[in-house]
Design a protein around this ligand. Structure first.
Ligand SMILES: [Cu+2]
Length: 444
């Protein structure tokens, strides 16, 4: 089967799945995790929930920076990055129609990407407004402080902690629930984000090894590509939902995914009606059959493919925020390099397995114009939302130049070491208020 036909069959299944997943929803926010627990794991989870969570009764042995020492550390030369997170439970749309009960930091899923340089102090403040139906917590994997140490922040309160980001790489951060109780619900409903810790001395140049013919002989052609790159962030997760949009813990225990999401959306990075019009001259003539978010009146939720230039270094920060492995693969491409924690793990690999709450940096140069599909090569994940579309160069001969086409704002991380800026368009699984703030930030 050629690539085009295989994609069409994928998206046909997806379109049907989209109809199946469609739900209407009108209930108010749910606050507790009491779902079918006894049938899955006995009474233990319920007991933990009733106890108010798990608190470690032992002395702190964690690398926290005392808040009253930050100023003097700055005077000595440290940089401080202030991260303000506000818990916000809100209903957000899902593929196929309807909404689900999302829990967010700052009104968006995923939460804002934090980007720092190795050695910076991250000072994080979590505020839980009095209107929130439940306490929340925070666990930043870039730190060496446990969620138990941070504890739960009650509605109407806020709490700050600080640490030095000592290790470069990609690191999840997430809500820790109410002293760990209901943590699964809070994270899988949207309270997760990414911290990128850039290596102090910047990223390494990329070696791309090919072959060429020289004097009638096939020889190796080693090309060194600058560390400077255009960048994306792709965070994979699952939704486990009841038909009314509430969290289904039993489905989570059984790994029975309702939808697979990338940066919060099932199929969020696929062509939309505007692109259909550009390519086909008709917004209703699909170039990608599954277009659950395709209409312009969906505003920030309208789907948008990722546009890349050929021959340019792309650095893709991938984080598995979910509960199942991500077999990261790009249909049509070989990943030039995989890095974790500033160590090169692979060069020239077809697929890289990323476990739950693990990340990796994928370096890729797209050589040829065409359409590529980054995905989780688990078939259940592909068909339930875990496929995105990358358009390299100008394969449809539309006449745009490299860098002309904007990329979805939620797929472009803040600029850091060795970043090349990109044009952005507002795209986020976020509230209208958050979308307006993002529009201001990107000048859109
Ligand atoms: Cu929470």
């Amino acid at each position: 089967m050629n690539k085009r036909n295989s994609m069409l069959s994928i998206v046909t299944v997806v379109a049907i799945a989209g109809i199946l997943f469609a739900s209407t929803y009108s209930q108010s926010q749910m606050t507790a995790t009491k779902y079918g627990v006894s049938t899955v794991s006995g009474n233990l989870i319920q007991k933990i929930s009733d106890m108010g969570g798990i608190e470690l009764q032992m002395p702190s042995a964690f690398a926290q920076v005392p808040l009253d020492q930050i100023d003097s550390m700055v005077q000595q030369g440290r940089h401080v990055v202030d991260v303000q997170l506000t818990a916000q439970s809100v209903d957000l749309p899902i593929m196929g129609g309807g909404k689900y009960h999302a829990m967010t930091f700052n009104g968006q899923v995923p939460s804002p990407t934090v980007r720092v340089t190795q050695g910076d102090i991250i000072k994080m403040t979590l505020t839980v407004p009095s209107t929130e139906p439940t306490p929340h917590g925070n666990d930043m994997h870039a730190s060496q402080i446990s969620a138990g140490n941070f504890g739960a922040v009650k509605p109407g309160e806020s709490k700050t902690f600080a640490y030095i980001a000592e290790v470069p790489g990609t690191f999840k951060y997430h809500c820790s629930g109410v002293n760990v109780a209901a943590m699964d619900q809070h994270v899988l409903s949207g309270m997760y984000g990414l911290t990128i810790v850039d290596p102090l001395n910047g990223y390494k140049p990329l070696l791309v090894q090919k072959t060429k013919v020289d004097n009638g002989q096939v020889v190796l052609d080693r090309q060194i590509v600058s560390a400077d790159a255009k960048e994306f962030v792709l965070e994979y997760n699952q939704l486990y939902l009841n038909a009314d949009g509430s969290y289904n813990q039993q489905a989570m225990f059984l790994h029975n995914t309702t939808q697979t999401v990338v940066n919060g959306f099932a199929f969020g990075y696929v062509p939309n009606a505007d692109i259909n019009k550009l390519v086909k001259g008709d917004p209703s003539k699909n170039i990608f059959v599954a277009q659950p978010w395709n209409s312009a009146d969906l505003k920030q939720y309208q789907s948008h493919p990722l546009f890349v230039d050929t021959g340019v270094h792309y650095r893709i920060f991938v984080e598995n925020q979910g509960n199942m492995p991500v077999f990261f693969h790009i249909v049509g491409e070989i990943i030039d390099r995989v890095t974790q924690g500033n160590h090169i793990q692979a060069e020239g690999t077809e697929t890289w397995n990323i476990g739950g709450s693990q990340g990796a940096i994928m370096d890729v140069v797209f050589d040829n114009p065409g359409v590529y599909v980054p995905l989780n090569h688990d078939y259940a994940a592909i068909f339930s939302g875990g496929a995105s579309v990358v358009v390299a160069g100008d394969p449809f001969n539309l006449g745009y130049k490299p860098g002309d086409m904007p990329n979805p704002s939620d797929a472009v991380p803040p600029l850091g070491k060795n970043s090349i800026p990109q044009k952005e368009v507002v795209h986020c699984l976020c509230t209208d208020d958050t979308a307006a703030q993002i529009a201001k930030q990107i000048g859109g």
